[in-house]
Every structure is written in structure tokens, then in C-alpha cells.
Design a protein around this ligand. Structure first.
Ligand code: NDP
Length: 330
């Protein structure tokens, strides 16, 4: 079986040489364990943080050890009464072809009419992030004008659609003309702009002439500063991510207009999805029917082959994905 290990801690943008493809032996499952053949794995922005040696809400990856992350696989041998051969499961040991692990560390998923890879995206961790971040952290309420950055990505595209389903005016930003067209034509956003075309503050002012009430931020930096400028009194920000700074080698400068937070009585609230696991059933109850009848759609950018997982991850940080970036294994 093959796995991808962290060969070196990236400095700035990750390089191909920071990763290593290694052949390893996979043991037989012991009592309570199962052998899984991974069919899909996720690459996610948070993994960049785990590749650095600094304290965070998840411990860093070890150099010379396999990387970890969300994956979907098929059970090929079972020493557990809870999992049958042929079951599809999700778990946290991606970046490898085969894995033996306790059945209790896996979640069995329904793949009836839904691509297994959806459990890494719209029905998985990013889906729950969008749902809990928008509704619980952001406290979406009637009449809110919503702005979401990183809007064509896995989290952002669901944030926008959940807000549209509730009747809100939704504005999105993304990094290419094709992504902007996708937001407007496929996802029903009311306005969208390419943040690379000019100052974010100018594009946001044009897209939201009456200001915004809720900002779901995936990007940070200039986007956050522009949103603080555009927010109406008592506006709220759900701080989900700050990908514009993930490869930075020096701390990125903060917004220069922080005092507006006082004058406008804004609330800025960070969150981590794992604290919102109790909302998964509510997310699934809304999103599954909406996927089946087409009220919610999702895109994936699929990279083929475990050996190309580092390239998929590097591409994710450069914006090569529309919707969820996933790797198809084997
Ligand atoms: P995406 O699918 O959105 O992929 C990342 C996207 O980020 C790229 O496609 C790219 O799109 C954009 N991007 C890259 N660099 C920049 C930049 N300098 N400025 C603006 N945009 C940039 O990833 P996810 O949906 O999985 O994650 C989105 C965000 O949510 C990330 O910040 C992530 O860390 C965060 N997150 C937080 C969680 C939490 O618990 N708080 C859980 C899950 C995700 P483009 O072409 O538009 O630039």
C-alpha cells in the first residue's frame, strides 16, 4: 500500500519536495478493527496549518509520518460486528491507499444516489462548517444582506446557497471570471466579483450599495478590512478562515479600520467546526433533500491518483478548484 508522508515543513507555498510517496506494509485488522480501501480523500486548507510546527487547535503533522485528513473508503476486511465488508465509511486517515483502524473511529455513510465524495464536501466537514457558521455563529436573521468570501469554494458555495434558500440577498467574491460566472449563473448569487480585478472595498461597495449585515469570511486580510467598512451597524462576522495568509512567512497585517468595530457595534466571532458536531443531523436533514431536488448543487474538482494528492493540495491553495477539491484514489 502507498501513503503520502510529510517530507519537510513547507516554508511559504508548499513545494512538491515537501511530500514523499512511500510504500508500506498494512497489518491485518485485530479485534474491533477493519481494513479499509480508501477511494476518495480530501485536501483542505487547514492542513497547511498542520504542516507548520506551531501551536494550534489541531497538533502539527510529524515530518516522516503519513499525513492525515478526511477520507471515504470501502471496508474490505472486518473484525468488528459494527461494520460489514462492502460498507462505505468516512474517517480521518486519508493520504494512503489502505488503512487498518478501529471500526469505532469510522462513520458509516449512505451512498444511495449520492457520490461518496460528497461526504468530504457538501455533506461532510465543509458542509457542516457552512451550515453552523452561517446559522449559529453568524446568527443569520431576516433581511440580512450576506457577503461571503471564497464563495466558489467548498464552504463558501454552500453558505451562499443556504442563504439564498432563506430569501437573502447574497454577494460573493472569488478569484476568477469563470468562478464569478458560476456564482451568478449556477448558484443564484445576486452579485459577485473577482477580487483580483481591483480593491475589494470598491467592488464590495458597488455590489452592496446599502451595505452588508453578515460577513462569512474564508479569506481574511483585505477582504475582512473591506467588510468591516461595508458592514451596517450591529453587523456580524463569522470568522471561518483566513486563507489569504496561510502561506505567509510573516504575520499578515491586520485591518487598519478596527475602530469601526466599536462605532458600528459589530460582532466578530471565530469558530471551529468540530464544536458544532451536534448540528450535523440538522445540516443533513436540510441538505440531502435539497440536493435530491436540485435546490442545492455542488461542484467538485477531481484529481486522480494518490500520487497527485500533493499537487491537489498545492492547487487548492492557488485556487485551482471550483467547489470541493477531492482526490480519487485507485
Ligand atoms: P475552498 O474550497 O474555498 O478552497 C480554497 C480557496 O481559497 C481556493 O479555491 C481559492 O479560491 C481561495 N484562495 C486561495 N488563496 C486566496 C487568497 N490569497 N485570497 C483569496 N482567496 C484565496 O476551501 P474550503 O471551502 O475547504 O475552506 C474555505 C475556508 O474555510 C478556508 O479558509 C478554511 O481554512 C476555512 N475552514 C474553516 C473551518 C473552521 O472550522 N473554522 C472548517 C473548514 C474550512 P479563489 O480562486 O477564489 O482565490
Amino acid at each position: 500500500s502507498r501513503e503520502i508522508q510529510l517530507a519537510a515543513r513547507p516554508h511559504g507555498e508548499p513545494k512538491e519536495s515537501d511530500f514523499r510517496l512511500v510504500e508500506v506494509e498494512v497489518p491485518d485488522p485485530g479485534p474491533g478493527e477493519i481494513l479499509i480501501r480508501n477511494t476518495w480523500m480530501s485536501v483542505d486548507p487547514y492542513m497547511r496549518g498542520r504542516m507548520s510546527d506551531r501551536k494550534s487547535y489541531v497538533p502539527p503533522f510529524a515530518v516522516g509520518a503519513p499525513l492525515e485528513g478526511g477520507a471515504v473508503g470501502e471496508v474490505v476486511a472486518s473484525e468488528s460486528e459494527d461494520r460489514q465488508v462492502g460498507d462505505t465509511v468516512t474517517h480521518q486517515l486519508g493520504w494512503r491507499e489502505y488503512v487498518v483502524m478501529p471500526a469505532a473511529h469510522t462513520r458509516k455513510v449512505d451512498v444511495d444516489g449520492i457520490s461518496p465524495s460528497a461526504h468530504l464536501g457538501v455533506l461532510g466537514m465543509p458542509g457542516l462548517t457552512a451550515y453552523a457558521g452561517l446559522l449559529d455563529v453568524g446568527g443569520l436573521k431576516d433581511g440580512d444582506v450576506v457577503f461571503v468570501s471564497g464563495a466558489a469554494g467548498a464552504v463558501g458555495s454552500l453558505v451562499g446557497q443556504l442563504a439564498k434558500l432563506r430569501g437573502h440577498t447574497v454577494i460573493g467574491s472569488a478569484g476568477s471570471a469563470a468562478k464569478v460566472a458560476h456564482l451568478l449563473d449556477d448558484l443564484g448569487f445576486d452579485a459577485a466579483f473577482n477580487y483580483k480585478d481591483g480593491p475589494v472595498a470598491d467592488a464590495l461597495a458597488a455590489a452592496a450599495p446599502d451595505g452588508i449585515d453578515l460577513f462569512f469570511d474564508n479569506v481574511g486580510g483585505e477582504h475582512l478590512e473591506a467588510a468591516i467598512g461595508a458592514l451596517n451597524d450591529h453587523g456580524r462576522v463569522a470568522l471561518c478562515g483566513a486563507i489569504s495568509g496561510y502561506n505567509a512567512t510573516e504575520p499578515p497585517p491586520g485591518p487598519t479600520n478596527m475602530f469601526l468595530i466599536v462605532g458600528k457595534r459589530l460582532t466578530l466571532r471565530g469558530f471551529i467546526v468540530r464544536d458544532h458536531a451536534t448540528r450535523r443531523p440538522d445540516m443533513v436533514a436540510e441538505v440531502v433533500p435539497a440536493l435530491r431536488d436540485g435546490r442545492i448543487t455542488f461542484r467538485e474538482t477531481v484529481v486522480e491518483g494518490l500520487e497527485n494528492a500533493p499537487a491537489a493540495f498545492r492547487g487548492l491553495l492557488r485556487g485551482e478548484n471550483t467547489g470541493k477539491m477531492v482526490v480519487k484514489i485507485g
